[in-house]
Design a protein around this ligand. Structure first.
Ligand code: ATP
Length: 267
């Protein structure tokens, strides 16, 4: 692993119902912002779940730069696509609950995502966008080395998408990585350092945004996406009904202690 590599997926395969949804995928996660893009069903959530330790690969290996450190147990934050925060808790109480696992400061985490004034609001009273911001705050509590955020901007209006992406990207620095999946290609242009393009469970392109744009002779990530996977309309795979015996489901109890998980994806 190079100096700034924080994690590596090496030849990782995951199947559901015998169908590979990730097929021998190798990806390096370096410090900074990595955005995973790809058509619906291309395997983004599965890749992020595996990186976060919430989904087991059936083959291959995940390596972490920090796995031998003293505080290894607190080095990955994870925001799954669906976050079952408790409606009756306030925003501050919600983060207080996770802070017990991640040693974070709930008020600082709220302020970091622009929710300083919403600490006393109950989760039930938060807008969808504010809930996603709370999810980002949860996943980045205690400054994990790697924050894994699955579609933190889904379902948000344009201003809120930008705010959520900015809040997420701001958590990355020279020593930490933020790994985000997103369909918001315009925001990927603005915030990504590295990009992984998935297509039907395989890596179609990966590397620094700058290099990939140059290599493909395109001006932005939307054009890159088209060049690499077309419009993606035919790229949705059907991988069974979720009752397969290929391994644990997303977000199940196999999540190691090293991950503070806000919720589960029940797909
Ligand atoms: N728990 C599960 N049981 C069965 N199939 C699953 C499960 N989780 C994911 N899949 C299948 O794996 C494939 C990849 O799903 P995944 O959610 O990783 O894709 P994605 O790129 O994140 O999609 P989207 O953009 O729609 O969120 C899909 O065909 C999906 O139906």
């Amino acid at each position: 692993m190079s100096e700034h590599t924080l994690a590596e997926l090496v030849d990782v395969t995951r199947t559901y119902g015998g169908v590979p949804v990730l097929d021998e995928v190798s990806v390096s996660i370096t410090s900074g912002v990595t955005v995973v893009v790809g058509p619906n069903g291309s395997g983004k959530s599965t890749l992020l779940g595996i990186l976060a330790g919430a989904v087991e690969p059936v083959d291959g290996e995940v390596r972490y730069a920090h796995e031998n450190g003293a505080d290894a147990g607190k080095r990955i934050g994870y925001l799954p696509q669906r976050v079952p925060f408790r409606d009756a808790f306030t925003a501050r109480e919600t983060l207080g609950f996770y802070a017990a696992l991640a040693d974070g400061d709930p008020d600082a985490a709220l302020a970091d995502v622009g929710l300083a004034d919403a600490g006393d609001k109950r989760v039930a009273a938060l807008s969808g966008g504010m809930r996603r911001l709370l999810g980002i705050a949860q996943a980045t509590l205690g400054n994990p080395a790697i924050a894994v955020l699955d579609e933190p901007t889904s379902g948000l209006d344009p201003a809120m998408r930008e705010r959520a992406f900015r809040a997420a990207a701001a958590r990355a620095n020279d020593d930490t990585a933020v790994v985000v999946s997103s369909h918001d290609l315009d925001l990927v242009d603005s915030y990504a350092d590295e990009i992984v393009v998935l297509d039907r469970g395989r890596v179609a392109a990966a590397g620094s945004v700058e290099r990939l744009l140059t290599d493909h002779g395109v001006e932005n990530v939307t054009s890159l996406f088209r060049a690499v996977v077309g419009d993606g309309a035919s790229a949705v795979t059907d991988a069974g009904d979720g009752d397969s015996d290929d391994g644990p489901e997303n977000g199940d109890a196999t999540a190691p202690e090293s991950v503070h998980v806000a919720g589960v994806s029940d797909r």
